[in-house]
Every structure is written in C-alpha cells, then in structure tokens.
Write a protein that binds this ligand. Structure first.
Ligand code: FPP
Length: 249
C-alpha cells in the first residue's frame, strides 16, 4: 500500500473520533439522474451506485464506524419498469456473489432487512448464504434494506406480537419498545445516529420509520454515484456540529 493510500484510510484530522456516529444509514438516491445527465441508460447509474456503496463501506470501516445501513430496494420500487426491477435483482445477486469473499476477508457482517420472501428464489439463496457465512464476523455491520418498507415492517411486527398475545404468551402491558424492536427486521442493530440522503430530496421515503426517531438527517444535492469519501467527510463534519439532545434541554 502506498503512503497516500494509507493516509486515506486514516480518519481526517479535523474529525473527532469520540463524536463519530456509530451507525450511518444512507438513502442512495439519484442513480437514474446521474446516468441521464451523462446520456447513459439508468442501469449504468445503478452500477456506479454499487461502486459508491462499496467505497463507503470501506471508508466506514477504515474510520471506525461500526454499522452502515443502505436502502437498496423499497417495497414501492416494484412499480418501476420490469426491466429495471429485473436488472436490480440480478445486480444484487451478482454483487453479493462477487463480494462475499472480500467481505469475509474484511470481517464484514452482512444482514438483509426487508420482506425477503418476495425476492427471486435464487437471490434469497444467495442472501441466506451471505448472512450465514458472515454471521460470526466481528467487523462492521452492513445492513442492506431490500424489499424494505418502514410501514410494512411495523405492521409485520404488530402481527407477530398480536399472535403472541392471542396465544397467551404475552400480556398487552408487556409490549414495550424493547419487545417491539425485537420484532423489527433490524432487531439487534442499534438505531442510526446519522441518516444521509443524496440528490437533494427532503423526505424519508418509508425508510426506517421507527428507528430514526432521534437520528440526525443530512441531505446533499450530490447524486449517489458521486457520493465519495470527500462528500462523506462533509456529512460527518456537519454531524459533529450538531447538538443531540434527545428531547432534553
Ligand atoms: C435510487 O436511485 C437507487 C435505487 C433505487 C437503487 C439503489 C441500489 C444500488 C445503488 C445498488 C446497491 C447494490 C447492492 C448490492 C446493495 P434512483 O434510481 O431512484 O435515481 P433517480 O431518482 O435519479 O431516478
């Protein structure tokens, strides 16, 4: 590794290690517009989006961030043209297969959050394999929200809890935040400290509705494929200026 490459792996000196977010979530928006601005097909934007995500995962790991969650496919994304949906499904599968060895080497623990049963069976198999193989890794937690919808997640938790009450295993009074969180797709993963959305839209788009109650939000106009280490540095600088009060004064 060259001296310059080594330097890039070190946390920039103006960022304070003790004020880093432990968990960063990203809404990777703008792949289509990135491609359109270059006269390219939308799928090229998604391909470059994968590169940006891989780079961000590595940067998070290098800089000591414990957990990264990325919104890859929402429950609403099925409404896109069939060829784009098919492309995204096969992209997830190919990338997962290609990257598993590197994730093992880099000690990444991967988890998929969402209604996975509706995904193509071959992708489901790849997902199960990746989650099982990496489950004992102790490096960064990488969560990919796939066929994920915040409302759907809350409803499915409600259904599971209601069934337990019906079966006499749980009293309604025992349903607290801890019980509820155990039934979310993100069970066992701490809430994000920082949520980044690219391409300028000021909305949440059904992402992590329960989990972002006290998350700091950072929106940048940059399209996702252009979200690089410098952009992330800016997001972290902004985060470090915030005063997180969690409802206190
Ligand atoms: C939003 O841009 C992006 C998506 C819906 C897909 C995101 C997926 C990836 C970056 C691939 C991730 C890969 C793995 C393996 C996790 P958009 O298409 O909505 O852009 P637009 O708003 O400009 O049209």
């Amino acid at each position: 590794m060259t001296a310059q490459q080594t330097e890039l792996r070190v946390l920039p000196s103006d960022l304070k290690r003790e004020l880093l977010p432990r968990h960063v979530a990203v809404i990777m928006d703008g792949n289509g517009r990135w491609a359109r601005h270059r006269g390219l097909p939308r799928i090229m934007g998604h391909k470059r989006g994968v590169d940006a995500l891989k780079a961000l995962l590595r940067t998070c790991d290098d800089w000591g961030i414990e957990s990264l969650t990325a919104y890859a496919f929402s429950t609403e994304n099925w409404k896109r043209p069939a060829e784009e949906v098919d492309f995204l499904m096969s992209l997830f599968q190919v990338v997962l297969r290609q990257e598993l060895r590197d994730m093992m080497k880099e000690n990444v623990r991967i988890k998929f959050a969402g209604n996975l049963k509706a995904l193509p069976p071959s992708l489901q198999e790849e997902i199960q394999k990746a989650m099982e193989e990496t489950q004992n890794n102790r490096g960064i937690q990488f969560t990919v929200a796939t066929n994920y919808g915040g409302r759907e997640e809350i409803l499915s938790a409600c259904r599971a809890i209601a069934q337990q009450v019906k079966d006499g295993l749980l009293e309604p009074d025992e349903i607290d935040e801890e019980v509820f969180e155990r039934h979310l797709y993100t069970a066992g993963i701490e809430d994000p400290d920082l949520l980044i959305r690219t391409s300028g839209e000021m909305r949440i788009s059904n992402f992590l509705l329960w989990q972002i109650a006290y998350t700091e939000i950072y929106v940048t106009d940059v399209f996702w494929p252009d979200f690089d280490r410098n952009q992330f540095h800016q997001a972290l600088s902004s985060y470090q200026q915030r005063s997180r009060r969690f409802g206190k004064i």
